[in-house]
Design a binder for this molecule. Structure first.
Ligand SMILES: [Mn+2]
Length: 387
């Protein structure tokens, strides 16, 4: 029995830069994942959460998801999915992955409560414990009652951050998850590849299929193919090739930036890369941020890069907020709001209200946050003054 383990596909996202072309990257790489599943003849694809980027995906996200999932269905490959925080409505609406199930393209294992059960797959039975995303405190409680399924072959699937990652906001340790009781532990939420063993059990984050931020960027991205035919699960990594690459350049002067960018062979990228530039150093006062931005805009307009982010710490607050400049094309709701307000943080708040406006409680939560956040109040004040 073989499973393909993937997570954090964030379909519908266009980050960074909110470009339609960028949105397509997420669909293309997910389609590659389904091609790999078919080629590897796996029994099922196990998706560990954040299938969609938003709890109200746009029509394109559904369209491309359906197209790829239908290929799996035609090959008799099950698609098993759990909810990450991005798949969970804030208050009462339906999780969008339930729509996939309604049209017969997925089996949703868990959206809010822990699922434990035995599934019948093409080459046999598979016991599974599925833990959807929850706040760390809630999750502590959720896992207390978890019992391993009664099958001879058991896997755990969860959307959470392990304490072993040593990052803030972690949920549980491998001991608290009782990971060693399972043949394989499939995880989602962490966007970079991570693999460890606990009492002999492989514990794996495949990482996201695209980088949503430069901190997540990597020259290689993967899915895990897990062979559960024998008592010990065997993990093989399959490289993805259809994701978009990033160029991360950290330099201390304009000349150094020019030198470093002139050495890049843009032709070797399958798609124009996303460029992240951080300029820092002691001759900062000699740098004209506009000169740098113009140079980077020219690279973008010549099709050498998709877009860029320029950060010049310490020059001025404004330039720390230079966001991805966009060529003219069909605007998205996100780009309209961002361009109108020119304040990324306020724009995110507004977009959350717009996208979650059916949920009265959510709007109330946001208003409370706005009233109690001093920094937000001064940002809003600045916006009002500008108008
Ligand atoms: Mn995610």
């Amino acid at each position: 029995m073989q499973l393909l383990h993937v997570s954090d596909t964030h379909l519908g996202s266009s980050r960074p830069g909110r470009l339609r072309e960028r949105e397509l990257d997420f669909y293309e790489v997910f389609d590659e994942v389904t091609d790999i599943a078919i080629k590897e003849r796996v029994d099922a694809v196990l998706h560990c959460g954040d299938f969609f980027d938003e709890f109200r995906p746009n029509p394109q996200a559904y369209l491309y998801a359906f197209r790829s999932l239908r290929k799996l269905k035609n090959e008799g490959i099950e698609f098993l999915v759990i909810a990450g925080q991005h798949d969970q409505p804030k208050i009462s609406a339906l999780p969008p992955i339930k729509v996939l199930e309604e049209v017969g393209l997925a089996k949703v294992l868990a959206t809010a409560d822990v699922f434990t059960g035995v599934l019948k797959l093409r080459s046999g039975e598979l016991g599974i414990t599925a833990i959807p995303y929850a706040d760390p405190k809630v999750m502590q409680e959720l896992v207390k009652g978890v019992r391993r399924p009664t099958s001879s072959r058991n896997v755990m699937a969860a959307h959470l951050l392990l304490k072993e990652l040593n990052i803030p906001g972690a949920h549980l340790s491998l001991a608290e998850l009782r990971a060693s009781e399972y043949s394989y532990v499939a995880l989602g939420d962490y966007h970079l590849r991570y693999e460890t063993k606990y009492g002999g059990t492989p514990v794996v984050y495949p990482g996201s299929t695209e980088a949503l931020d430069y901190l997540e960027s990597s020259d290689e991205r993967f899915v895990a193919v897990v062979d559960l035919s024998t008592a010990d699960a065997v993990v093989s990594w399959v490289k993805l090739s259809r994701f978009r690459k990033w160029l991360v350049v950290e330099v201390s002067s304009y000349n150094e930036l020019l030198k470093s960018l002139s050495r890049v062979n843009y032709g070797e990228f399958a798609k124009p890369p996303i460029l992240y530039v951080k300029v820092s150093g002691k001759d900062l006062l000699n740098v004209n941020p506009r000169t740098i931005a113009d140079y980077l805009s020219a690279l973008r307009d010549n099709g050498k890069i998709l877009n860029y982010r320029l950060e010049i710490p310490g020059i001025s607050e404004d330039y720390e907020e230079v966001i991805y400049e966009e060529p003219t094309q069909t605007p998205t709701l996100d780009s309209v709001v961002h361009n109108l307000l020119k304040d990324p943080k306020v724009a995110e708040y507004i977009l959350n209200i717009v996208k979650g406006c059916d949920d009265e409680g959510y709007v109330e939560t946001l208003i409370t946050a706005l009233v109690n956040d001093q920094e937000m109040i001064s940002r809003l004040d600045r916006l009002v003054r500008l108008k």
